[in-house]
Write a protein of this length. Sequence first.
Length: 236
Amino acid sequence: MVPLVLALTLAQNPACNEQALAALGDAAARVQEFDIAGAIARLEGAAVMCDEAGLASWYLAGLVAAREAYRDGGSDESLAPVRKAIAALDAYGANVPGSAQIARLVLLGAASAAQSERDEMAIFLDEALRLESIQVAAKQPGAPVVTAHQAAGDLWLQVHRFEEARRAYEEASELFGSRPRTMLGLARTAARLNEPSACIHYARLVEWWGSISSEPAEITEARAYIAGSSCRTRGR
Protein backbone atom coordinates (compact mmCIF):
# COMPACT_ATOMS: atom_id res chain seq x y z
CA MET A 1 0.00 0.00 0.00
CA VAL A 2 1.31 3.49 -0.82
CA PRO A 3 2.15 5.46 2.36
CA LEU A 4 -0.21 8.36 3.11
CA VAL A 5 2.53 11.00 2.90
CA LEU A 6 3.53 9.70 -0.52
CA ALA A 7 -0.03 9.77 -1.76
CA LEU A 8 -0.39 13.34 -0.51
CA THR A 9 2.78 14.35 -2.33
CA LEU A 10 1.59 12.95 -5.61
CA ALA A 11 -1.88 14.40 -5.24
CA GLN A 12 -0.31 17.84 -5.13
CA ASN A 13 1.34 17.34 -8.52
CA PRO A 14 -0.97 16.08 -11.27
CA ALA A 15 2.07 15.47 -13.49
CA CYS A 16 2.85 12.44 -11.36
CA ASN A 17 1.04 9.69 -13.23
CA GLU A 18 0.29 6.14 -12.12
CA GLN A 19 3.63 4.91 -13.40
CA ALA A 20 5.47 7.50 -11.31
CA LEU A 21 3.33 6.58 -8.31
CA ALA A 22 4.29 2.94 -8.75
CA ALA A 23 7.98 3.84 -9.02
CA LEU A 24 7.89 5.92 -5.85
CA GLY A 25 6.03 3.24 -3.94
CA ASP A 26 8.44 0.58 -5.15
CA ALA A 27 11.43 2.73 -4.20
CA ALA A 28 10.03 3.22 -0.70
CA ALA A 29 9.56 -0.54 -0.36
CA ARG A 30 13.08 -1.24 -1.60
CA VAL A 31 14.53 1.16 0.96
CA GLN A 32 12.75 -0.70 3.75
CA GLU A 33 14.20 -3.93 2.38
CA PHE A 34 17.70 -2.37 2.52
CA ASP A 35 18.03 -2.12 -1.25
CA ILE A 36 19.09 1.51 -1.61
CA ALA A 37 20.78 0.96 -4.97
CA GLY A 38 17.59 -0.60 -6.34
CA ALA A 39 15.51 2.29 -5.00
CA ILE A 40 17.74 4.88 -6.65
CA ALA A 41 17.65 3.02 -9.97
CA ARG A 42 13.85 2.88 -9.80
CA LEU A 43 13.61 6.59 -9.06
CA GLU A 44 16.02 7.60 -11.80
CA GLY A 45 13.74 5.98 -14.34
CA ALA A 46 10.75 7.92 -13.03
CA ALA A 47 12.48 11.29 -12.53
CA VAL A 48 11.35 12.55 -15.93
CA MET A 49 7.71 11.83 -15.05
CA CYS A 50 7.33 14.14 -12.06
CA ASP A 51 9.27 16.35 -9.69
CA GLU A 52 8.71 14.15 -6.64
CA ALA A 53 10.60 11.26 -8.22
CA GLY A 54 13.45 13.55 -9.21
CA LEU A 55 13.60 15.03 -5.73
CA ALA A 56 13.66 11.61 -4.11
CA SER A 57 16.33 10.39 -6.53
CA TRP A 58 18.73 13.26 -5.75
CA TYR A 59 18.04 12.96 -2.02
CA LEU A 60 18.80 9.25 -1.86
CA ALA A 61 21.87 9.64 -4.05
CA GLY A 62 23.10 12.39 -1.73
CA LEU A 63 22.64 10.23 1.36
CA VAL A 64 24.60 7.38 -0.20
CA ALA A 65 27.35 9.73 -1.38
CA ALA A 66 27.64 11.27 2.09
CA ARG A 67 28.04 7.84 3.64
CA GLU A 68 30.81 7.01 1.18
CA ALA A 69 32.45 10.38 1.87
CA TYR A 70 32.49 9.55 5.58
CA ARG A 71 34.41 6.36 4.82
CA ASP A 72 36.88 8.46 2.81
CA GLY A 73 37.42 10.91 5.63
CA GLY A 74 35.11 13.63 4.33
CA SER A 75 37.54 15.09 1.81
CA ASP A 76 36.39 17.89 -0.51
CA GLU A 77 36.62 15.52 -3.46
CA SER A 78 34.52 12.83 -1.78
CA LEU A 79 31.87 15.39 -0.83
CA ALA A 80 31.49 16.74 -4.38
CA PRO A 81 28.55 14.39 -5.22
CA VAL A 82 26.80 15.43 -2.01
CA ARG A 83 27.15 19.11 -2.87
CA LYS A 84 25.84 18.36 -6.35
CA ALA A 85 22.75 16.71 -4.86
CA ILE A 86 22.23 19.63 -2.47
CA ALA A 87 22.41 22.09 -5.36
CA ALA A 88 20.01 19.96 -7.40
CA LEU A 89 17.38 20.13 -4.64
CA ASP A 90 17.16 23.89 -5.13
CA ALA A 91 15.41 23.22 -8.42
CA TYR A 92 12.68 21.36 -6.51
CA GLY A 93 11.82 24.25 -4.21
CA ALA A 94 14.32 23.91 -1.36
CA ASN A 95 13.93 27.62 -0.65
CA VAL A 96 10.35 27.18 0.58
CA PRO A 97 8.85 24.93 3.29
CA GLY A 98 8.28 21.38 2.11
CA SER A 99 9.93 18.11 1.21
CA ALA A 100 12.78 19.63 -0.79
CA GLN A 101 13.76 21.98 2.01
CA ILE A 102 13.78 19.17 4.55
CA ALA A 103 15.77 16.90 2.25
CA ARG A 104 18.33 19.66 1.64
CA LEU A 105 18.79 20.19 5.39
CA VAL A 106 19.31 16.46 5.90
CA LEU A 107 21.97 16.37 3.18
CA LEU A 108 23.72 19.37 4.74
CA GLY A 109 23.70 17.44 8.00
CA ALA A 110 25.00 14.35 6.23
CA ALA A 111 27.85 16.36 4.71
CA SER A 112 28.76 17.63 8.18
CA ALA A 113 28.60 14.08 9.52
CA ALA A 114 31.02 12.95 6.81
CA GLN A 115 33.55 15.35 8.32
CA SER A 116 32.55 14.44 11.90
CA GLU A 117 31.40 18.03 12.45
CA ARG A 118 28.84 17.04 15.07
CA ASP A 119 27.84 20.51 16.26
CA GLU A 120 27.18 21.75 12.74
CA MET A 121 25.41 18.50 11.91
CA ALA A 122 23.11 18.95 14.92
CA ILE A 123 22.01 22.40 13.73
CA PHE A 124 20.96 21.12 10.30
CA LEU A 125 19.29 17.97 11.61
CA ASP A 126 17.40 19.70 14.40
CA GLU A 127 15.88 22.09 11.87
CA ALA A 128 15.06 19.26 9.46
CA LEU A 129 13.30 17.32 12.23
CA ARG A 130 11.42 20.40 13.38
CA LEU A 131 10.16 21.10 9.88
CA GLU A 132 9.28 17.47 9.21
CA SER A 133 7.30 17.28 12.46
CA ILE A 134 5.34 20.37 11.40
CA GLN A 135 4.68 18.83 7.98
CA VAL A 136 3.45 15.57 9.47
CA ALA A 137 1.20 17.40 11.94
CA ALA A 138 -0.32 19.23 8.98
CA LYS A 139 -0.71 15.92 7.09
CA GLN A 140 1.90 17.01 4.56
CA PRO A 141 4.89 14.96 3.35
CA GLY A 142 8.29 15.20 4.98
CA ALA A 143 11.54 14.06 3.40
CA PRO A 144 10.88 11.61 0.54
CA VAL A 145 11.34 7.84 0.87
CA VAL A 146 13.74 8.12 3.86
CA THR A 147 12.27 10.38 6.53
CA ALA A 148 14.45 13.04 8.11
CA HIS A 149 13.98 11.34 11.48
CA GLN A 150 15.19 8.00 10.10
CA ALA A 151 18.15 9.68 8.38
CA ALA A 152 19.02 11.58 11.57
CA GLY A 153 19.15 8.33 13.51
CA ASP A 154 21.45 6.81 10.91
CA LEU A 155 23.74 9.85 10.95
CA TRP A 156 23.99 10.06 14.73
CA LEU A 157 24.74 6.35 14.84
CA GLN A 158 27.41 6.88 12.19
CA VAL A 159 29.24 9.44 14.34
CA HIS A 160 28.86 7.34 17.52
CA ARG A 161 26.36 9.56 19.32
CA PHE A 162 24.12 6.75 20.44
CA GLU A 163 21.68 8.57 22.72
CA GLU A 164 20.90 11.09 19.96
CA ALA A 165 20.52 8.20 17.52
CA ARG A 166 18.08 6.39 19.77
CA ARG A 167 16.03 9.54 20.28
CA ALA A 168 15.75 10.09 16.53
CA TYR A 169 14.77 6.47 15.87
CA GLU A 170 12.17 6.53 18.64
CA GLU A 171 10.66 9.73 17.27
CA ALA A 172 10.67 8.18 13.80
CA SER A 173 8.71 5.22 15.15
CA GLU A 174 6.20 7.51 16.84
CA LEU A 175 5.64 9.64 13.75
CA PHE A 176 5.78 7.04 10.99
CA GLY A 177 5.29 3.67 12.68
CA SER A 178 7.77 0.88 13.27
CA ARG A 179 9.66 0.20 10.05
CA PRO A 180 12.51 -2.23 9.29
CA ARG A 181 15.16 0.46 9.00
CA THR A 182 14.03 1.95 12.32
CA MET A 183 14.07 -1.48 13.95
CA LEU A 184 17.60 -2.01 12.71
CA GLY A 185 18.69 1.41 13.92
CA LEU A 186 17.27 0.82 17.40
CA ALA A 187 18.89 -2.61 17.50
CA ARG A 188 22.30 -1.29 16.48
CA THR A 189 22.07 1.57 18.95
CA ALA A 190 21.16 -0.74 21.82
CA ALA A 191 23.95 -3.13 20.81
CA ARG A 192 26.52 -0.32 20.87
CA LEU A 193 25.29 0.59 24.36
CA ASN A 194 25.38 -3.09 25.38
CA GLU A 195 21.71 -3.05 26.31
CA PRO A 196 19.50 -6.18 26.45
CA SER A 197 16.88 -4.50 24.24
CA ALA A 198 19.18 -5.09 21.25
CA CYS A 199 18.04 -8.71 21.23
CA ILE A 200 14.39 -7.62 21.18
CA HIS A 201 14.84 -5.13 18.35
CA TYR A 202 16.84 -7.56 16.22
CA ALA A 203 14.24 -10.28 16.85
CA ARG A 204 11.45 -7.94 15.75
CA LEU A 205 13.35 -7.19 12.56
CA VAL A 206 13.81 -10.89 11.78
CA GLU A 207 10.13 -11.53 12.53
CA TRP A 208 9.13 -8.72 10.17
CA TRP A 209 11.40 -10.13 7.46
CA GLY A 210 9.69 -13.48 7.72
CA SER A 211 10.20 -15.81 4.79
CA ILE A 212 11.37 -13.27 2.20
CA SER A 213 13.76 -15.27 0.04
CA SER A 214 16.50 -12.65 -0.25
CA GLU A 215 18.69 -11.92 2.74
CA PRO A 216 20.66 -8.67 2.77
CA ALA A 217 23.59 -8.10 5.10
CA GLU A 218 21.34 -6.33 7.61
CA ILE A 219 19.19 -9.43 8.13
CA THR A 220 22.25 -11.67 8.35
CA GLU A 221 23.54 -9.28 11.01
CA ALA A 222 20.27 -9.54 12.95
CA ARG A 223 20.22 -13.34 12.87
CA ALA A 224 23.86 -13.53 13.95
CA TYR A 225 23.28 -11.20 16.89
CA ILE A 226 20.24 -13.14 18.10
CA ALA A 227 22.23 -16.37 17.88
CA GLY A 228 25.18 -14.83 19.73
CA SER A 229 26.16 -15.30 23.33
CA SER A 230 24.63 -11.99 24.51
CA CYS A 231 21.09 -12.99 23.58
CA ARG A 232 21.52 -16.64 24.62
CA THR A 233 22.78 -15.63 28.05
CA ARG A 234 20.04 -13.08 28.61
CA GLY A 235 17.41 -15.55 27.47
CA ARG A 236 18.18 -17.96 30.29
